[in-house]
Design a protein around this ligand. Structure first.
Ligand code: SF4
Length: 290
């Protein structure tokens, strides 16, 4: 049988890496990254490489199952399953209200364009507000902080060409997502920017894969990264390293920020976080390009 190859994307996460899929009849024999072209440059992680196993794994579920009273599962026609589920949902809504029904959308839903839209429309139709996702469960602080403090409307600093990259609790070499490091082939992008002169600062209690490449690695006590950031802000303000024209034109609440970080001297933060005070000062100089 002739093998055929097709271009596609990996749908295992939102990076959507481009891939060449090889078929031998009905069987996927290999999936490989496509070497040409930025920003991926052939990146195709271990999870992606296991795609043929995902597709042809003997335990892969290809039809609906219903749990039986003894705990075992039996095959059920999809139209019967939907009718039974609808009956149970209607009962729940009638007895406990719409918010007794919740949905959860994880990373996989992100790469299927209709999944999230359909789920949100369905929740609106039954008037339930209980919509959860990998963001609301894993890292709700990001959304809460953005809503409390607002966003920098000019958008993020482009990673390429940055003088400094400071990662706080991020390990993009493994997670593929941290700060503004491109999640398509993070190792390659990090390496090329470091070669171009970018300074990498990592604040993380763990000596991570990314921390191993850092020019400065601060290992605070867990939970004390905010103290270090407050000390950096404190020092930048107290040494008048700020751009005062820019601040008066664009920033609200600057004096409040100054008072909030007033007690966070590098010495105080160093004690709280258990890091060398001198390294906090080095971070200040690096972030200010001094
Ligand atoms: S990062 Fe890995 S899992 Fe995600 S799309 Fe790319 S190859 Fe697939």
């Amino acid at each position: 049988m002739n093998n055929k190859t097709y271009p596609s994307i990996c749908r295992l996460c939102t990076a959507s890496c481009p891939v060449t899929v090889e078929f031998d009849g009905q069987t996927v024999t290999s999936a490989k990254g496509i070497k040409s072209g930025a920003p991926f440059h052939g990146f195709f992680c271990k999870r992606g490489q296991s795609l043929p196993d995902h597709i042809h794994h003997p335990d892969r579920l290809l039809y609906s199952l219903k749990r039986q009273p003894d705990g075992s599962f039996e095959r059920i026609k999809v139209e019967i399953a939907i009718a039974e589920i609808a009956e149970k949902l209607n009962l729940l809504i009638a007895n406990h209200g719409p918010n007794s029904i919740a949905t959860y959308m994880g990373t996989f839903s992100g790469v299927y364009p209709l999944a999230a839209v359909f789920a949100q429309s369905w929740m609106a139709a039954i008037q339930s507000t209980m919509i959860f996702s990998s963001m609301t469960i894993d890292q709700p602080g990001k959304g809460v902080a953005a809503n409390l403090l607002g966003r920098w409307l000019a958008g993020p600093q482009p990673f390429k060409g940055s003088d400094v990259c400071m990662l706080i609790g991020g390990n993009p070499l493994i997670s593929y997502a941290a700060g503004n490091v491109p999640f398509q082939n993070p190792a390659k992008h990090l390496t090329s920017e470091i070669k171009a002169g970018m300074k990498l600062i990592v604040i993380d209690p763990r000596y991570t894969e990314t921390a191993r490449r850092a020019h400065i690695h601060l290992q605070p006590r867990p939970g004390e990264d905010a103290s270090i950031l407050a000390a950096i802000i404190h020092t930048i303000i107290s040494e008048e390293l700020t751009d005062s024209d820019f601040i008066s034109a664009n920033v609200a609440g600057f004096s409040h920020l100054k008072s909030v970080v007033a007690e966070f001297t590098p010495a105080y933060a160093a004690t709280r976080a258990d890091v060398p005070e001198q390294l906090i000062n080095v971070c200040v100089r690096a972030t200010c390009g001094l």
